[in-house]
Design a protein around this ligand. Sequence first.
Ligand SMILES: C[S@@+](CC[C@H](N)C(=O)[O-])C[C@H]1O[C@@H](n2cnc3c(N)ncnc32)[C@H](O)[C@@H]1O
Length: 335
Amino acid sequence: MSTQAIEVPTDAELLQAQADLWRHSLYYLSSMGIRCAVELEIPTTIHHLGGVTSLPDLMSALSLPPGKMSFLARLMRVLVTSGVFAADIGSESGVELYRLTPLSRVLVHGVVADEHHSQKYFVLGVTSPHYTEAAFGLTNWFKKDHEPPVPSSFEDIFGVPLCDEKTPLLDEELDKVVNLGLAAHDNLGIATILRECHDIFKGLESLTDCGGGDGTTARAIIKAYPHIKCTVLDLPKVVDKGPADGVINYVPGDLFHSVPSSQAVMLKLVLHTWNDEDWPIMFEAQLFMDMLMMVNSKGGQRGENDWRKLFMKAGFTDYKIVKKLGARSVIEVYP
Ligand SMILES: C[S@@+](CC[C@H](N)C(=O)[O-])C[C@H]1O[C@@H](n2cnc3c(N)ncnc32)[C@H](O)[C@@H]1O
């Protein structure tokens, strides 16, 4: 055992360290709190109540047993503190009122707003028992000397990769929730991209969306720029489900083999740029996303240096970060 002395923190440091320890060790209650809110449909219920509600009205709209009123107040207090909801004292009634915030508005289910769909399934997927079990398995996974390609902790525990043809055999409901969650996640912000980056679509006549999924992004582009001829390239199992309505040219294939020719090619996945000290919360969100991918897939988030190397290795001459949009970025890459 080491007999080395340890630096004793000051009283103030010690108290701060204890508070930080509570926060970091109990972050999972923040995740489970937002999951509980989504499962109870609190955001959707507040929306149906006009976007603002008192605790008793929320209780009765949720049909919860009266004995749970004070407990719901405690859950709401945590969710208000973390920005999921807002609270204030009604000027007329003098009682506390809960309101939706931008965060809880994207959790309202059954309403399509600004081209995007509710993020309900994103929350249910990433806080699911399978995801959390994969995260629990991280210590064992680190200790195992895996042969490359190193499986994710998820695959190591459950024997199948996530988002794979075999995932439904593990759990059909999980597969459904994860796919709905991914679709919701990928579609969030399309309207923002079109508004904020309209210059990149100006003068464009044809575009291939590589890995464009069911064509939701391509559809939003055509709606905003009807003259652009959009092709969606994706794996046959994805494209075969796309509607053959003539609006989008769906091409089944593998982007590593060939890409239908067009004026520009789009790869809309999640391109994160790091090293942005001005955005510590965005940075933390990006790091959590990287950790999520490490636990559940073989992928990871790339920093700007990684992207630069990748673009150059692929034979491109230059790139430009056109826009940073929250935790994501739009990057133009030039031949
Ligand atoms: C994370 S999703 C992104 C979907 C869409 N671009 C978006 O942002 O909404 C990745 C997509 O890439 C597709 N994909 C994966 N491997 C591919 C390949 N080799 N060739 C073509 N598409 C592929 C998947 O089927 C999936 O639809």
